[in-house]
Write a protein that binds this ligand. Structure first.
Ligand SMILES: [Zn+2]
Length: 249
């Protein structure tokens, strides 16, 4: 971990009028939720192209629910890691305005962040594909899959965004607003190459925001959009930045 860059990030946060975080799967890997590239994880068992596409859900819901069952049990057991907890602390101290996340695991809220924009939806609720009735995901009985709507008995789908589905409109509008109005962005655990998510750091950069990237390896953002990259695990880097903010303020 490069301490000079930790100091720089803390300074940038302290000088920024409005800082947001933009997070991806990488931040939750340390909580035991694998990303698409993790070896031996969920996505090695289930090819995301085959299981996480909305067409697959419609054509073979039983099969897709086998993947969802595994994913849900991972999420249910997962706890926020020091990176999530550090971001919640930054919010409490008044240095973080919002978190825009591509994750559906709810770990930012569990850590204590209040303003979380869920770009790819959430696992906490399910909606009926026919009558739009919504149910609480925690009431789901895993032995009775695929779940059906109690009102019209059509299929229920978790409110997570599948490949081939649009981003929830509200999340798009509020994240665009945040990316236009912020003066610094912490990009954490994401390569942000897929649009429209990718437009968040790009829009912020165009308006003069400082882009602080925290990733395990360089990404297409590095040296193009990011002002600098702090290489390493978010679970170590975020708490170090929080400590440095406390020291410098
Ligand atoms: Zn229904």
């Amino acid at each position: 971990m490069d301490y000079t860059l930790i100091q720089r990030a803390a300074k940038d946060i302290l000088n920024s009028k409005k800082t947001i975080a933009f997070t991806g799967a990488g931040i939750s890997v340390e909580s035991g939720i694998p990303d698409f590239r993790s070896a031996g994880g969920l996505w090695e068992k289930f090819d995301p192209e085959e299981y996480a596409h909305i067409y697959a859900f419609h054509s073979n819901p039983e099969k897709v629910w086998m993947m969802l069952k595994d994913m849900f049990s991972l999420i249910m057991e997962a706890k926020p890691n020091p990176a999530h907890i550090g971001l919640a602390e930054l919010e409490r101290m008044g240095y973080l305005s919002s978190v825009i996340t591509q994750n559906v695991d709810g770990l930012h809220q569990a850590a204590g962040n209040h303003h979380v924009i869920e770009f790819h939806g959430t696992h906490r609720t399910l909606s009926c594909l026919k009558c739009s009735t919504t149910i609480d995901g925690t009431s789901l009985k895993m032995e009775d899959l695929p779940p059906r709507c109690s009102r019209c008995s059509s299929l229920l789908k978790p409110d997570v965004v599948f490949f081939g589905e649009p981003i929830p409109w509200e999340a798009q509008v509020s994240s665009l607003k945040e990316s236009k109005s912020c003066t610094a962005v912490l990009v954490i655990g994401t390569s942000a190459v897929v649009y429209p998510a990718a437009s968040i750091p790009v829009t912020a950069k165009e308006r003069g925001a400082t882009i602080i990237e925290i990733n395990m390896e360089p990404t297409p953002l590095t040296n193009v959009i990011s002002d600098y990259l702090i290489l390493g695990s978010a679970g170590e880097i975020i708490p170090a930045i929080v400590e440095e903010v406390k020291r410098q303020r």
